[in-house]
Design a protein around this ligand. Structure first.
Ligand code: CA
Length: 236
């Protein structure tokens, strides 16, 4: 999966929810921590690709936490963006040499924050810079959550979008129905294999609207792939 994992360390629940909602929409995986202990625990389980760190936290401050992350080998190179309440705090923070990569002052727009996050990720992990997935005349804009076939917008349900995204990340690769079930619907959901087939059918219909070339290859007894389907026009 190419979705970067972001750990949000923020004690204000409404801001946590707002950030989580918007960052997930922007294509990030999100974990939430409300204080330093939680953050340290989550980081120990799974190293995030980026940390959003509030300065004013209960118990351990964001500054102290930032220094702790920098000292640990697992997190020494994880980019950290600090969130601060006011411009003066932000200026003071810069002078403290905490090891943070960037500072964003509250209140901030989500667009601005996402732009800063992408800039930081581009610097350290060029693979995450990719916001567009393309194959043939198909384009998926992850940031805008849009799919185009040529100039035509393709309207997909959230499930169809996730399914297409999986296929678009590895064009040509055949995914079994079991794999797609896990990747798109998750392990613990009570979804049957034929749901995958039904969703593929709807996705194919949406993509081929107007008699366009079929890009979804059905591999008998194996699964599905996004591929150049030779000399085949799909009839809707
Ligand atoms: Ca706070």
């Amino acid at each position: 999966m190419m979705q970067p994992l972001v750990l949000i360390v923020e004690d204000e629940a409404p801001l946590q929810e707002l950030l989580t909602y918007n960052l997930q929409r922007a294509g990030f995986d999100v974990e939430q921590a409300f204080d330093g202990d939680q953050a340290t625990g989550l980081v120990a389980e799974r190293t995030p690709d980026l940390i959003l760190l509030d300065w004013m936290l209960p118990h351990t401050s964001g500054i102290e936490l930032c220094r702790q992350f920098r000292r640990k080998s697992e997190t020494a190179n994880v980019p950290i963006i600090m969130l601060t309440a006011r411009a003066e705090e932000s200026d003071r923070l810069r002078g403290l040499n905490t090891g943070a990569d960037d500072y964003v002052t509250k209140p901030f727009s989500v667009e601005e924050l996402v732009a800063r996050m992408r800039a930081v990720l581009r610097r350290v992990r060029p693979a995450f810079a990719e916001e567009l997935l393309t194959f043939a005349d198909l384009t998926m804009d992850l940031a805008a959550h849009r799919v185009l076939r040529g100039d035509h917008e393709v309207h997909l349900s959230p499930t169809e979008f996730r399914l297409l995204r999986q296929l678009l990340e590895r064009p040509g690769r055949v995914f079994s129905r079991d794999q797609l079930l896990d990747l798109v619907w998750g392990h613990d959901q009570d979804v049957e294999l034929r749901t995958v087939d039904a969703t593929i059918r709807r996705l194919r219909r949406a993509l081929n609207d107007g008699g366009r070339t079929d890009l979804l290859r059905t591999v008998r007894a194996a699964g599905y792939a996004l591929d150049h389907v030779e000399a085949q026009k799909h009839t809707v």
